[in-house]
Structure formats: C-alpha cells, structure tokens
Design a protein around this ligand. Structure first.
Ligand SMILES: *Cc1c(COP(=O)(O)O)cnc(C)c1O
Length: 566
C-alpha cells in the first residue's frame, strides 16, 4: 500500500492502490481503488486512473489521460497526452503468446498518439500505432496502424470515417459541424495515376539502367530489349514476346503478320480506344463492330456470333479475325470466343493493352488468343517513359514474321527486304526503364487489387445509384481503370464537378463510341446501332486508380461521391 499520502503530495492515490519503486506521478493526477503502478512508470499531470488499473513496468503515460476501470498497460505501451482508454479495453503485449514459451522480452511496442480515444472493451494488438485523435469504436480489435483522425470499428477494425479533435464525425469537406475545425490535408490533389510515387521506389535502378545504356551505346536493339522480351515471355507463359514501338504498332504488326487486308472483316467493339479499330482500317480491312456486355464492358459473345453469321451470309466481306479488347484490365471470355473463332476459322488477336498482368482461368492476359498485344504507354498498368508495346504468341511462324515486319520486312539481313514492314522497334532505353518496373509489377498488381476491393467496399452502399465494376469467378482484373456507371449523364457531370473541385481527377473512357467517330463515318454506322456502348459512353466515369493510392485518399474520394448521392 502507498505510504506517500502526506500533505505535500500533489496527486491522489487511494489507499487500496500500490505504487512500486521509482514511480513518477504528475500534479493533480488521481489513482482510484485497487490499482497497481509498477516500477519506473511515469504518469503525467491531470490524469485519472480508475479502479483496477495496472501500469508498468517502464510505462509512459502523458498528461491529461483518462484510463477507465480494468485497463492494463504493460511494458511497451506508450500513451501520449490526452488519451482516453475506455473501460476494460485491452493492450496485448506479446504477438503470439504460448503459455509454455517465455516471450515477455519479445513484447512489441504500441504507441497511442495525442488525443486518441480507445472505446470500451476494444483490443489493441501489440505493435500498432494509433494516430492523433483517432477513434477506436467499442469492442473493435485493432490489428494494424490507425491513421490520424481515423474512425475504426469492428473485428478486425475497419476504417469507416474521420473524427474531429472534439470527437464528432467530420463531413465530406473534412470539416466538423460541431466545432468548425477542418482536418488538414483535405484538399491535397490526388493523382489519377501516380507515376512519381512509383519512380521514387525504383529511381536508383532506373538511373543505373539508363547509365548502362549510355555507356554501351546500343540505342537500337541493345541487350536490354532481349532481356525484357525473355522476362515478358516468362511472365505471360508464352513462347515468344516481341517488343515494339507502341501498342498500336503491336496490333498493326499482328494484323500484317496474318496477312489481313482489303475484303477482310475484323470483329471488335466500338467501346474501346481508337487504335483497336484504326489499325484494321489502315490495312484496308473492314472493322465490324459488335456491341458490348454492359456488365464487363467487353465484347458480347452472343452478339459476336450473330454478327459473324450475318457477315458470312451477306458474302461481301470474308470474316478473318476477332480483336477482343480486355477493357479496363478485365479479360474477355476467351473460352467462348476461341470456340466461336475455331468454328468460323477466325484468328483471335487479344487487345491486352490495358490488361497485362490480368488472368483468365489461371492463364495470363496476352496469352489468351492466337496473339496478344500490350502497350507500355506510361499510364497503362505497366508503362515505360515514352511509347512502347509488345506482342505475345506461341506460333514460331508468326513470331518470325513479326521480327521481320518490325524492321521494314527484312529477310536474312536488313537490306534484303522480303515484305513491307515498319520501323516498329522498341528503344533500348525504354526496355532498360521497363526492367525494374517489371520487378515490382507483381507487388503493384496485388496493390491494385486491394485498392479496387476497398473502393467496392466503400461504395457498396450506393449500389442503387452507381453500378460498380464486377469481377466474376475465374477472372482477375488488373484494374487499369476503376470505372463506374452513374444513373445518367447529368449525375455523372455532378460527381465529376464535385470531385474536381476537391482536387480529385476523374476521366471518361470513352465519351464517344468508335462507330460515331468521324474517322469511321465511311462504315455507315449511325446512332442507335450499338445501344449498350452508347448508353455506357453517356454514363461511365473512372476514378483515380494506381498501386500507390492510400486508404485515406480512397476514403476521401468515396466520401465525396457518397455525400453527393445522398
Ligand atoms: C492504349 C491502347 C492501345 C494503344 O496503345 P499505344 O501504346 O498507346 O499505341 C490500344 N488499345 C487499347 C484498348 C488501348 O487502351
């Protein structure tokens, strides 16, 4: 029992409580019944410790903390000033305790920052940091760090909102209506695609690789190009990867390798980037548009089949190939598409410009048709610092043709030209930049999938007003874009305007389907021909998506959308 209850003492300790040696207690602090403060513990001034509180040894408690009944603070726990510990809440101190193994010296430190509140009966797993003015709901189990001002609830604790210093939830502007304070950092602009964050992670390797190229001077077809091709082929699990100057060239070169030209029909969707259909037309062949499935934004398989039948019966064009586009990083249904293609003897050229890294039934995007084309445009899931692309194929014959087409249709050597080709090579410098990016790509893919999952969780409550992207079983998207459908064009505009005002960029892919573009006027299509594509064009929008997006940023983005729709 404490023997320090003399007149000079400026704190209060109930006679039923114990203070061990070398304990420091600040002015006006009160320690109530049956508590035990162990050696070398420091408690600041103006604290209130309820009944049955244990603190120590070596614990540091700041000023103005309130610790309710039945809380134990073991060695390793630190409370900054003004922390509230609700009744019977628990700090664990060993991560993986076993009764028969001594692990007390493995305790992981836990830090609770200024002003945080830990609700009644919550559990804080050791090793985490609870941010300033964060708020842990009653009964929550906190297993990871909690950002400043975050509100977390549940088991495991999930981030569900932001809290003001005064303990009220803030509104969509991150302002507290109760006290008028605003949580800082609210309007820092968010990047649509954050190439700078990625660069920061791998800058030394990129610089080293660029230096190597500057030294060896093989700017065209240097050793980095071959190395990249080998790694790309391994990643995609195909025999050949042929790099080239852009995603557009990749598509063009494949069509050339298959000898597609005037009189040939190539089936694709009008809901894609112009390059997909442009290359068909450039070669004198005819793009035949097929509408999309509104759930995936990818080519509709039943409509594809009827379109092929129609073109065959009309007899003017010869059906030759299909270019399914894995839009926004989600593969098309290739089992069905390949089945139809083999029935009608068509080539399948996968436009995987947005889907490199995606999977379909365990197979990699780029490997799902006769040939696959990808783009390394900087904003694509795997981007270089300029233009670049690659083609994948298991066919030795097509790979040979591609190598020839890539260098002006060369034969045995550069000045023996056996066909017409292009200058379609990838720069050595771009390959050198892509190599370290490919190293971290698997991690980035995981991160993209996490970001997408979080978006879907945060926006699920709005599913009557917003169509969220779905990924069906057997598919793994790379989330080149996280695209949503608003109820109508006006609502989309409203959401885009609000977000722009808050420093949050959005984009519309694609505002005009290809069949309504002037460049394709010659095809004789008109408004109404592809109603699903037209409808999606009028309502779709994409929100920031990249592997470096934080939960806090995602919460900010979704908060604005949700409050607008309410
Ligand atoms: C980006 C893209 C292309 C073209 O790639 P570039 O490298 O820009 O030439 C082709 N198709 C689709 C679907 C794309 O998104």
């Amino acid at each position: 029992m404490s023997d320090q209850g003399n007149e000079k003492q400026e704190f209060f300790v109930h006679p039923t409580s114990e203070l061990d040696e070398n304990v420091t207690i600040g002015k006006n602090t009160k320690i109530w019944h049956f508590s035990h403060i162990m050696k070398n513990t420091v408690i600041g001034e103006n604290c209130n410790l309820g009944q049955n509180v244990v603190a120590g040894p070596d614990v540091c408690i700041g000023k103005g903390c309130k610790i309710q009944n039945n809380v134990s603070l073991y060695k390793g726990v630190t409370l900054e000033d003004d922390v509230f510990c609700g009744p019977s809440m628990v700090f664990t101190n060993v991560f993986n305790p076993r009764s028969h193994i001594k692990r007390m010296d493995e305790a992981r430190p836990t830090l609770v920052k200024k002003g945080a509140s830990l609700g009644a009966n919550c559990t804080i797993v050791c090793g985490v940091t609870i941010g300033k003015y964060a708020f842990v709901g009653a009964g929550a189990v906190v297993t990871k760090d909690v950002p400043d001002h975050a509100l977390v609830m549940g088991n495991p604790a999930r981030h569900t909102g932001w809290m003001c210093e005064c303990g009220e939830k803030v509104n969509k502007e991150m302002t507290c209506l109760a006290c008028g304070k605003t949580i800082s950092g609210k309007s820092t602009p968010i990047a649509f695609v954050d190439l700078a964050a990625q660069q920061q992670r791998i800058l030394p390797q990129i610089e080293k690789n660029i230096q190597t190229v500057l030294k060896h001077g093989k700017y065209i077809m240097g050793p980095e190009v071959k190395e990249l091709e080998t790694k790309l082929a391994q990643f995609t699990r195909v025999r050949h990867a042929v790099t080239c100057a852009s995603g557009t060239d990749a598509l063009l070169m494949v069509l050339m390798a298959y000898g597609i030209g005037p009189g040939d029909a190539v089936f694709t969707t009008p809901f894609t980037f112009i390059a997909t259909a442009e290359v068909i037309k450039l070669l004198g062949a005819t793009p035949v548009f097929v509408d999309i499935n509104p759930k995936t934004f990818n080519i509709s398989v039943p409509k594809l089949e009827s379109s092929i039948k129609e073109v065959s019966q009309a007899g003017q064009l010869k059906p030759k190939a299909i270019i399914p586009v894995d839009l926004f990083g989600l593969p098309c249904d290739y089992d069905q598409i390949n089945q139809i293609a083999s029935e009608y003897d068509l080539i399948v050229i996968e436009d995987a410009a947005q889907s490199f890294g995606a999977e379909y039934k365990g197979r990699m995007a780029g490997s799902l048709g006769h040939a696959g084309c990808i783009s390394f445009f900087p904003a694509k899931p795997l981007g270089c610092y300029g233009d670049g692309g690659a083609i994948f194929t298991d066919s030795d014959e097509i790979a040979d043709k591609l190598l020839s087409i890539r260098v002006h249709g060369k034969g045995k050597d550069k000045y023996d030209n056996i066909r017409l080709g292009l200058n379609g090579r990838m720069d050595t410098l771009q390959a050198a930049i892509l190599l370290p990016k490919l190293e971290i790509f698997p991690w980035e893919l995981e991160s993209r999938r996490k970001v997408a999952k979080t978006y879907t969780e945060l926006l699920l409550s709005e599913k009557d007003f917003l169509t969220l992207p779905e990924v069906f079983s057997g598919y793994k998207s790379v989330w080149a874009q996280y695209s949503l459908l608003a109820t109508d064009k006006g609502t989309r505009k409203g959401i885009q305007d609000i977000l722009e005002e808050k420093g949050i960029p959005t984009a519309v892919y694609y505002p005009t389907p290809l069949h309504l573009q002037t460049a394709f006027a010659g095809l004789g299509c008109k408004k109404g021909d592809f109603p699903v594509s037209e409808d999606c064009s009028s309502r779709i929008f994409s929100i920031p998506m990249h592997p470096y997006l934080t939960e806090k940023e995602q919460f900010r983005i979704c908060n604005h959308i949700v409050s607008l729709l309410k």
